[in-house]
Design a protein around this ligand. Structure first.
Ligand code: CA
Ligand code: CA
Ligand code: CA
Ligand code: CA
Length: 216
């Protein structure tokens, strides 16, 4: 008897745009003030690769109403077989600890101080907000996504002009200043930039221009 088996090709990497669109999003869930149980649905069953991969993710955490750490689990369901409804997917779960932070916690400030010479002006609360002009749509772990050369919390026209005036400058300068430099954007917005990369190019000028007037 002669037979042939079908061996599918490994699935391609998910397109970057899927991650970009997931970078900032609201998670909906429920919280019981009586029990202190927090349930968050990061996203419902979502097809990431048509006919190949659907994923659902969520978490459950028991918060400590006295202010201590909360504990729970995060659950990821990856479904790679038809139907792609996450009903028969592979479930992966792991422990989750939620640590309460101060209202004005500023996670990336120390790195900003060390690299740029000034504290990051935006609190985590601001960075996680939905309004870019008040510091939102940013990453509390990235000290380079609020392009404020003097670190006073307002990105002014003078600062935009100063970066434009350094177009073509290279480290260590002068006229190069590390406070006026950023690396490429990781998206989805022009201001989601990375650490200074030693040269001030058009992308730097466009990145600070895109956040002219933003305040933290
Ligand atoms: Ca910050
Ligand atoms: Ca940040
Ligand atoms: Ca400023
Ligand atoms: Ca640069």
């Amino acid at each position: 008897m002669c037979y042939e088996t079908f061996k599918p090709e490994p699935p391609p990497q998910p397109p970057l745009s899927s991650f970009s669109s997931a970078y900032h999003q609201l998670a909906f869930g429920g919280y019981s003030p009586t029990s202190g149980l927090l349930l968050l649905n990061f996203f419902d069953c979502t097809i990431f690769l048509p006919s190949q991969l659907a994923v659902a993710a969520g978490m459950a955490s028991q918060l400590d109403k006295a202010g201590g750490s909360g504990a729970g689990s995060i659950v990821l369901n990856a479904d790679t077989t038809s139907p792609f409804d996450c009903a028969d997917g592979t479930v992966t779960s792991g422990p989750l600890t939620l640590t309460p932070l101060a209202f004005d916690h500023n996670e990336d400030s120390a790195e900003s101080l060390a690299v740029l010479g000034h504290a990051d002006p935006c609190t985590d609360r601001r960075e996680l907000g939905a309004t870019a002009s008040t510091g939102g749509l940013r990453d509390p772990f990235n000290p380079y996504d609020f392009y404020d050369p003097n670190g006073d919390g307002t990105i002014t026209q003078g600062e935009v002009n100063a970066v434009a005036g350094m177009f073509g400058a290279e480290a260590p300068g002068p006229p190069y200043l590390i406070t006026h430099d950023r690396g490429p954007s990781v998206g989805p917005n022009k201001w989601n930039t990375t650490a200074p990369d030693g040269t001030i190019i058009l992308a730097d000028v466009l990145a600070i221009s895109a956040q002219f007037g933003h305040e933290c």
